[in-house]
Design a protein around this ligand. Structure first.
Ligand code: PLP
Ligand code: SF4
Length: 350
């Protein structure tokens, strides 16, 4: 059994060490959180399907002794995952059928997604990629050249999105080289990274990475993934400050999750906190219907009500766009609030 003796010392270690020492067992995580295993609806089968993985930095943001903590709920393998929900499947967003060649997903005009690594620092139970044959999809060094050739040949692609998995799990050397190779393509105007590491493993934002970003001659957009204001701690704030000061545009995408952030106040607090640390809210995704995630679903009607409430209390620029991914669609589908019937009628009367 792993005991966390000196938390501050652990959190000061290099990110690779923290990653290796992340919680991999439910028992260790529960001991750390002072929770009794028998009180939780843990599922061994769910753990086998998709193992538990939680860095200490993220676990440290959870409330000790709270079995319903919104961060814990995102990572705990529970028996609900084994329930069958109609309409849920292994590849709900059609990414497997859209991978033009190994590791390149070119679904939307002007943008292509590269899957450089299948690995993540944290395993989010609601993730649609939990069912993916990652080893087949991710780019090896050899295939990376084929992906670069694809981008060079398809000059309509102006933005490359490094995704995964988590692209910030690549080594500094490999990432810096990749940024240089991508920047060298004349048609590429921007490089975007989708990463959860600034939130769940902020030690990743180290000097070497910032140097690599600073060397990149094309603008960088970093879309982080934060679902709840409690995920933002002092380490996350420092990491974001460093990113901001190297001129990177920071955006956030969140997933609307039952029991995690399905309250207007929680969403509002998230937007406020993000803004305070220099991150603009971008997307609020409806859950992708991936096998094992049905218990996280918030209905579209409920989602609309929530976003309307957020809209009524915050400036427009702090309201994320509510979107859903539809397999085969040319873009993410915006879910907008219909203008209220009563207001329309009133205007007509005048
Ligand atoms: C989400 C996504 C993008 C990016 O879409 P934006 O609306 O530009 O954020 C690009 N490619 C794929 C395959 C995606 O799933
Ligand atoms: S891809 Fe993102 S949401 Fe999915 S497990 Fe990795 S970090 Fe979590």
């Amino acid at each position: 059994m792993k005991e966390i003796n000196d938390e501050a010392a652990q959190l000061a270690k290099p990110w690779q060490k923290q990653l290796n020492e992340a919680f991999h067992s439910v028992e260790d995580l529960c001991t750390y959180l002072r929770l009794s295993l028998v009180e939780l609806p843990i599922s061994v089968a769910a753990t086998k399907n998709f193992p538990l993985r939680v860095p200490l930095s993220f676990a440290a943001c959870m409330e000790k002794g709270n079995p319903n903590d919104p961060l814990l709920r995102q990572v705990l393998p529970v028996s609900d995952e084994m329930r069958i929900y109609p309409g849920y499947s292994a590849d709900p967003v059609g990414d497997l059928s859209a991978s033009q060649q190994i590791g390149v997903i070119h679904k939307y005009h002007g943008r292509a997604l590269l899957i450089n690594t299948g690995a993540c620092a944290i395993h989010c139970r609601y993730c649609f990629r939990r069912n993916f044959p990652y080893a087949q999809l991710q780019l090896g060094k050899r295939q990376e050249q084929a992906a670069l050739d694809y981008l060079a040949a398809n000059t309509s692609i102006t933005e490359v999105i490094l995704s995964g998995g988590d692209p910030l799990l690549l080594s500094d050397t490999r990432l810096t080289l990749l940024l240089a190779q991508l920047s060298a393509l004349p048609s590429i105007k921007r490089i975007r990274l989708h990463s959860r590491l600034p939130i769940v493993l902020p030690a990743r934002i180290n000097d070497a990475l910032i140097d690599g970003f600073n060397q990149c001659i094309k603008p960088i957009v970093l879309v982080v993934h934060c679902n709840h204001a409690n995920e933002i701690n002092q380490r996350v704030i420092s990491a974001c400050q460093r990113l901001k000061s190297s001129g990177i545009t920071l955006l956030n995408q969140a997933v609307l999750l039952k029991g995690v952030n399905d309250q207007a106040e929680v969403l509002g607090a998230l937007s406020e906190q993000l803004f305070a640390i220099g991150i603009m809210p971008y997307y609020l995704h409806l859950l992708d219907k991936a096998t094992g995630t049905g218990h996280f679903e918030v209905s579209e009607a409920e989602a609309l009500r929530l976003i309307q409430d957020v809209q009524d209390s915050l400036p427009g620029y702090l309201v994320p766009q509510l979107v859903r991914e539809v397999a085969g669609a040319p873009a993410k589908q915006r879910i907008t609030t219909p203008v209220q019937e009563s207001i329309l009628n009133q205007n007509n009367d005048n």
